[in-house]
Ligand binder design. Structure first.
Ligand code: DC
Length: 226
């Protein structure tokens, strides 16, 4: 039997990580793990329960009592927070605006990273996020870093929102993306950065199919070599 490798896909908001990671996982019959959804689900709960976002102690206490499950079903991934389906709710703008602040707390990350490492321990995963290649799965056989200009990333998110029927304002999305880039790259604990052994793909002028083909090709090479 061929070995199941693990694939880490990192990059800033809107670089195309989740779209591409889902398809790659599907083609390889691997499990897709969206780590951003875990931070989002937890942020959703923190907002609902009126937790002070700057209190790391309160957040960590709550996180320890929180279950977050990612379920693949019917071609879709469901996010369950304490057993409740919050897949749609975690994409709302108030969550998007607060999630980087929550994700910047070192002990929140420590707990999330431990959970993500456990999910990836057996291989056969495509995991996307900001610190997967550098921190969560540092020994993954294939590390990809997706990038694209802020303008292109904002336009993609805008289109995605419109397709899903969410209200959308391109200028606001762009400024939110730039604020999140800054928070994600400048935070002290495991900031967004390309792992030394990651392969960077600038997706600005590539189609989804082109990016997917490139990653599948690399994955096949790594599977054969492993
Ligand atoms: O990929 P996304 O937009 O759903 O991620 C939401 C936020 O979660 C993002 O602003 C940064 C944070 N995040 C993180 O800090 N580390 C990860 N591995 C994944 C996401």
């Amino acid at each position: 039997m061929t070995k199941k490798i693990s694939i880490a896909i990192d990059g800033p908001a809107g670089a195309g990580k989740s779209t591409v990671a889902k398809i790659v996982a599907d083609r390889l019959s691997y499990t897709y793990i969206d780590t951003g959804a875990m931070y989002r689900a937890f942020t959703y709960k923190a907002i609902k329960e009126n937790i002070n976002m700057s209190s790391e102690e309160e957040l960590v206490r709550m996180l320890k009592e929180t279950t977050i499950e990612l379920k693949n079903g019917g071609g879709k991934q469901l996010v369950l927070l304490d057993g409740e389906d919050v897949t749609k709710e975690i994409r709302q703008p108030d969550i998007t605006n607060s999630v980087s602040e929550v994700a910047a707390h070192p002990f929140v990350r420590e707990e999330m990273v431990a959970r993500q490492k456990a999910l990836g321990a057996e291989g056969g995963v495509v995991m996307d996020g900001r610190d997967i290649g550098t921190n969560v799965l540092p020994h993954s056989e294939l590390k990809i870093f997706l990038s694209a200009s802020a303008d292109i990333r904002a336009t993609r998110r805008h289109k995605e929102n419109i397709e899903k029927g969410y209200p959308s304002d391109l200028a606001k999305i762009k400024s939110n993306i730039m604020v999140r880039d800054k928070q994600d790259t400048e935070r002290k604990v495991s900031p967004l950065r390309k792992a030394e052994d990651a392969i960077e793909i600038d997706t600005s002028f590539l189609s989804v199919d082109e990016v997917v083909s490139r990653i599948i090709q690399l994955a096949k090479e790594r599977i054969e070599a492993s």
